[in-house]
Design a protein around this ligand. Structure first.
Ligand SMILES: C[S@@+](CC[C@H](N)C(=O)[O-])C[C@H]1O[C@@H](n2cnc3c(N)ncnc32)[C@H](O)[C@@H]1O
Length: 218
């Protein structure tokens, strides 16, 4: 998809047409993400950024675990609206950033984060320029000593998600994209069962950014 408006309207339509708990990527509990977040042993005031979060139940879980510096991003205002409705009063504890990860504006100035969490977003970026913009933003925002969780369709997984072609990954491909400042801590394959009963193969990875190297990106 070439322009930002097309991306946004695709995702707004998806969230408009389908109940959150019927979306293919819906998780009643995002267990693999929670497992990796626990491994990071982050304090409750850590800055946690969930990119392309949609209406994920991860935000409910992080709030319940006492985290109180949560930033939630998506390109779709409607997705975030659905999540806000579900959270009720708790929504005021979260910072909301509607922005396109491949042409970031508001995200550029959110400040450094201790955790970047992405499940099922990166794989939509098929163009080299989109991937570059995404990883440049990630490298700029994640603090030295901070963590990155990337979960995407595995190389042997489905070729489409939400009707869109996807770029599939394994852990080496993710490590190459992140570069030498990030060290792989964990990786595992995971089969997600969709509400329809169909299965999707994911690769989950956890990286830690080195404390002693810094980037000099504009
Ligand atoms: C398959 S859903 C996954 C949602 C959520 N991460 C989860 O695991 O439930 C992909 C999400 O990425 C968002 N998205 C797609 N392209 C995006 C972009 N360029 N910038 C920010 N978010 C984007 C969509 O609106 C959608 O909510």
């Amino acid at each position: 998809m070439a322009d930002n408006k097309n991306y946004q309207s695709h995702w707004d339509q998806v969230y408009n047409n389908t109940e959150v708990c019927r979306l293919g990527w819906y998780e009643s509990t995002p267990e693999p993400s929670l497992q990796l977040i626990r491994e990071c042993r982050l304090p409750q005031d850590a800055a946690l950024l969930a990119v392309g979060a949609g209406a994920t139940t991860l935000v409910d879980e992080l709030l319940a675990a006492g985290f109180h510096n949560i930033i939630v991003n998506d390109i779709s205002p409607l997705a975030l609206e659905k999540l806000k409705q579900r959270l009720g009063g708790e929504k005021d504890k979260v910072r909301w950033v509607i922005d396109d990860l491949t042409r970031p504006r508001a995200l550029q100035s959110i400040g450094p984060v201790d955790l970047w969490h992405d499940r099922a977003v990166l794989h939509f970026f098929n163009e080299k320029e989109e991937q570059e913009a995404y990883f440049n933003l990630l490298k700029k925002l994640v603090k030295p000593g901070g963590f990155v969780i990337l979960a995407a369709f595995h190389l042997n997984g489905a070729a489409k998600c939400s009707g869109l072609p996807v770029h599939r990954y394994d852990q080496q491909m993710m490590a190459e994209k992140l570069g030498s400042c990030f060290e792989l801590q964990q990786a595992f394959e995971y089969t997600h069962t969709m509400p329809s009963g169909d299965k999707r193969e994911y690769i989950y990875t956890l990286f830690e950014k080195n404390k002693w190297k810094t980037y000099n990106l504009a």
